[in-house]
Design a protein around this ligand. Sequence first.
Ligand code: PMP
Ligand code: GLU
Length: 410
Amino acid sequence: MGGSEHPPFPPMLADRLKTLAPSSTLAVQAKARELRAKGIDVISFGAGEPDFDTPQRIKDAAAEAMRRGQTKYTEVGGIPELRAAVCAKLKRDNGLDYTPAEALVSCGAKHTLYNLVTALLNPGDEMLVPSPFWVSYPEQARLLGAVPVAVDTREATGFDLDPEGLRAAVTPRTKLIVLNSPNNPTGAVFSRRALEAVARLAVERGLWVVADECYESLTFEGRHVSIASLGPDIKARTLVVNTCSKAYAMTGWRIGYAAGPRELIRAMTDIQSQVTSNPSSIAQWAAVEALSGPQDEVAKMAGEFDRRRRLIIGGLNALPGVSCVMPKGAFYAFANVSGLFGRTWVQGDTRATLKGSIDVTGFLLEAARVAVVPGLDFGSDAHVRLSYATSDALISEGLRRMQAAIATLA
Ligand code: PMP
Ligand code: GLU
C-alpha cells in the first residue's frame, strides 16, 4: 500500500517519518488554493467538504456558549451533554444502546481514528483495509509501526465489501478490520449480507472492527447498516466512529465522536488526555445542538448532493476514456481513467505519455485547470477521485474543461 508522495527524509527525523505520506486530499486542496491566490482559475474537486454553510442554529449555539463563558477546559472525552447527545443519536439513527461512559468526543473523526490505532495496534500488528480506502487509514497505522494490509474490492460489484477476501487475508497478526461505509473514495454502501459475513469473521477470529460511518447521512441508495447493530457479539468488538463534519457542514469545527466498549473508550480517552485534551469547548456546544436539534437540513443537503451525483456521474461517463460506477453514498466519484493511459499530452515543446493516476491528475490540473486526487493514494492507480461537494455550475464547467483537454490528447 503506497501513496504518491514521499518527501526526502532529513536525518534528524524519527524513523517513522521514512514512510509517511502527507494527506494527499488536503494537499490537493492546498494546491488549488495556492493557484487561485495567484489568480489562476482552478476548479477543485479535491478535498471532500460540503460547500454549504454550517446551519445557523448550530452557529447560534456556539455564540451562546461563548456568551455563557463556556470557554474553558472541559472533561477530556467531551462534556456530559455532548456524550449524552452522541448516545441519543446512535439510538435514534442506528438503534444502538451506549452509555456516556462508552462514548468519546475528539478533534474530528481523524483524531478519533488515531486514538483508536494508538490504543489497539502494536508494532507488527496487521490491520485489514478494504481497498480502495481513505488515505489516512494506512498512514495512521504505519505511524504506529503496524502493518496496513489492503484487501481489494471490485469495481464490478460497485466496490462492495468482499468478506471472502478479508477472511483469506487474516493472519495470526491481524488485529483490526477497517470498515468505511458509505465509502470514501468509492461511494460504496456495503451490503447487509457482506457486513453480516464480516461480523461473523471478526467474532470467530477475535478481531476488532472500526466502523467509520462519517458519511452515514449521505446514503442515496441502499440502506446504511451499522455493523455494531448486528448483534451483541460484534458490538462488543466494534468501535463506531462518526463526525459532525459532513452531516452538518462542520468540517472546520473539528468534532468527531466514537462509541464502543468501555475499556477501549477509556484507553482512547487516556491517550487523548496526554495529546490534545478536550476538543474546543465552543465547538462541543455547537455539536450538542447539531446532534440534538431539528435534523431537516441534513436531508436537505443530502438531497442536493444526490442531484449533483447524477450530474457528475453522467458527465464523467460521457468523457472518452473515462468511466465511473454510480456511487451509492458519500460525495465522491471514483472515475476509472485507465482508458486515457498511453495517450500523449503536448505541453509547450515537451510530450508526456499518461501512464497512471498521478500523470492524469497533473494533466487535468495543467491542461484543464481542474484539481482531482490521484487514485494511487487510495489504493488504485487506474482511478482519480472527484469530490462533487461543489455547485452545479462548477461541476458542469469542470466537466466541460476536462472534455476539452481530453480532446487535445494524441
Ligand atoms: N473518515 C473518512 C472516511 C473521511 O473521509 C474523513 C474526512 N472527512 C474522516 C474520517 C475525518 O473527518 P473529520 O476529521 O473531519 O471528522
Ligand atoms: N476526508 C476528506 C477527504 O477525503 C477531507 C480531507 C481529509 O481529511 O482527508 O477529502
